[in-house]
Design a binder for this molecule. Sequence first.
Ligand code: ATP
Ligand code: MG
Length: 446
Amino acid sequence: MSENKKPEKIVGIKGMNDILPADAHLWEIFENTAQSILQSYGYQNIRTPVVEETRLFARAIGAVTDIVEKEMYSFTDSMNGDQLTLRPEGTAGVVRAVLEHNLTYEGPKRLWYKGQMFRHERPQRGRYRQFHQFGAEAVGFAGPDIDAELIMLCRRLWDDLGLQNIRLELNSIGDAEERARHRVDLIAYLEKHEDILDAEAKRRLHSNPLRILDTKNPAMQEMVNGAPKLLDYLGDASRAHFDGLRKILDRNNVPYIVNTRLVRGIDYYNRTVFEWVTDELGAQGTVCAGGRYDPLIEMFGGKPTPGVGFAMGIERLIELMKSAGETAAPNQCDVYLVHQGEEAQMQAFILGERLRDAGLDVMLHCATPAGAGSFKSQMKKADGSGAAFAVIIGDDEVANNTANVKALRGEEGEQQQATVPFDDVVDHIVDLVVGDHGHDHVHYHH
Ligand code: ATP
Ligand code: MG
């Protein structure tokens, strides 16, 4: 009979991951650290919609890029026929919002964002269909000083997260005319080596030949190594910009490698491009990619305004944090409330609110319709929560208007226990916490 049939389970979409509490803890560490660093450099948060008009991305990213060619989640709004796309990256939306709200009216703006991005790629390690980026955009700044600032705040983030072995690769892809001159020579060079080109390279030969330079095909490495280098085509202004950036990085002891084959898959970049790369993640080793996009805002119909930014792949950074040993899930609370009997539960509720008023994280043992369970089983839960203290309220405590405070950490046998007048419990616990600064299980917020 159909009424006996169990409903089929519905599962998540391939390439779109759940982030469960054990991992979400690492995400919070990442996001909090990144946000406070961005803030310390004067960057402000901006939040734009996940959905934009398809033509925004087509125009911003360029028709011959991987993203627009084959990776966008685009759809027609069935209500009104609008052509819409789930954002594949953050810059286009941020720049649209900057223009739409005239944010640079009073001068240049430093902005950061974070959020989901969507690309229809083949899911594999470090490559998902919904993924998350943390990014920054500095709009209205023309000089190499801001390029250096963006790079150096990344370095600070890796340091604060305890991530080593992320190297900086740097290049300049010049301005449009410089790339046009280089392109002629590059295509001529590639045509001379057409027998070595793979299918993808052949396809890109006339649409996006620059992109062939960052091929991962080993059979093409030697050939692309000998290709004309964009750096040799830079005019004075582009050259000065690149040298200016290198000078600041050198003076601040930021090591980098000039990678003459480094380009961006996105059309609107010019001059500075950079990537932070690690060897610890297999093929998907780029954890942050950035660069200048001076032509973009004019392409969007605004008046010429320079811009530069980066985007980090949060999933890849979380994986690095894990391999760097950042695994410990946090304690769920500082105090676990154990109780038995209806009045004891009421007292525990009241006490919980008072303890939270004092800044402590408190978990109340939850009763089932059958009751709260034995003290013994509740104490097991208290231990498992990672709390520093259990507060126990039973019949005796209710009768005497007291509570029993038990320290859960420390050697067996020397765990302190005290019966405290109900109204003194908060002070008692706060004193214990404050008097015990070295105690790493307590997250007492001052
Ligand atoms: P790739 O050459 O690896 O495809 P990309 O040029 O498409 O990279 P960007 O558009 O520059 O990547 O995105 C910036 C960063 O976002 C990447 O360096 C990476 O860390 C992350 N990222 C990009 N696509 C994905 C994805 N599908 N899943 C997870 N992270 C991603
Ligand atoms: Mg890609």
